[in-house]
Design a protein around this ligand. Structure first.
Ligand code: MG
Ligand code: MG
Length: 265
């Protein structure tokens, strides 16, 4: 069931999502070779709680009923999504996708950014730029009167045109009082297919794109998703609302990119 949101509810969603954007910026300040993903998790959890919110990911159940043990997902290199922060040290040339969720005033925030660690190769940088641009291609299609398939097909076409893989098994989603609501928002599809997009629809669009083959496997920890061929994967996510016929981006990369400067993707 799809819950369309009122303007007041959208403003509450925006507040929660802006906090996600600011949390990602706190992480942008500390992501460098030598830092562990567990240290990033600590920074994020403290910042979220200091701002009167709770990290939605902590305790989130998986298909086995196990609880996610951290406040952010940190997915390094071949890890696509849902990586668990650990004592693994980030090194020069790595990439790390940070996915962050907050719950504040009854509404959820959800956004992700993939950070280069030090200097990354040209091919990996191209993957990051393409994935981020694909997110905006999807958002351009999140307007009233279009259909859900228009979003996915825009993402898919843009990435496959660069010979990158588009992950199918994990998708974007509706968002509101719950982090995952209907509808599912795939990063592939056919133009003109799927539900009609309407004002009040709030969704997270989140392309997960691979440098090599699109196939993925879940690690034995029951969370971490990685590419079968061990090629790098990138993940960018915004939460958006359709308002007055157009996409209103509720999360923000502005804070992150102020910190990253010319290193912004
Ligand atoms: Mg997310
Ligand atoms: Mg999401």
């Amino acid at each position: 069931m799809i819950f369309l949101k009122t303007d007041d509810e959208i403003e509450l969603l925006r507040q929660s999502n802006l906090l996600v954007g600011k949390t990602l910026a706190e992480l942008a300040k500390v992501i460098k070779p030598g830092v562990t993903t567990k240290e990033l998790d600590k920074v994020a959890e403290e910042y979220i709680r200091d701002n009167g919110a709770t990290p939605t990911f902590k305790g989130f159940p998986n298909f086995k009923g196990a609880s996610f043990p951290a406040s952010i997902c940190t997915s390094v290199n071949e890890q696509v999504v849902h990586g668990i922060p650990s004592d693994v040290v980030l090194k020069d040339g790595d990439i790390v996708s940070v996915d962050c969720g907050t719950y504040m005033n009854g509404f959820c925030g959800d956004s992700a950014y993939t950070f280069p660690v030090g200097e990354v190769s040209d091919s990996v940088l191209h993957l990051l730029k393409t994935t981020k641009e694909a997110l905006y291609k999807g958002i351009e299609n999140a307007v009233s009167g279009k259909r859900l398939g228009d979003i996915g097909s825009a993402v898919q076409e843009y990435c496959e045109n660069e010979s990158f893989g588009v992950v199918r098994e994990f998708v974007g989603h509706g968002i509101g009082k719950e982090m995952h609501e209907d509808p599912m928002v795939p990063n592939y599809g056919k133009r003109g297919n799927g539900i009609l997009l309407k004002n009040g629809l709030c969704i997270a669009i989140e392309p997960m794109i691979t440098l090599g083959d699109r196939h993925i496997v879940m690690e034995r920890d029951g969370w971490t998703v990685r590419t079968v061929d061990h090629s790098c994967a990138a993940h960018f996510e915004h939460t958006i609302a359709i308002r007055k016929g157009k996409a209103d981006i509720l999360s923000s990369f502005k804070f992150v990119e102020e910190v990253l400067g010319e290193k912004a993707i």
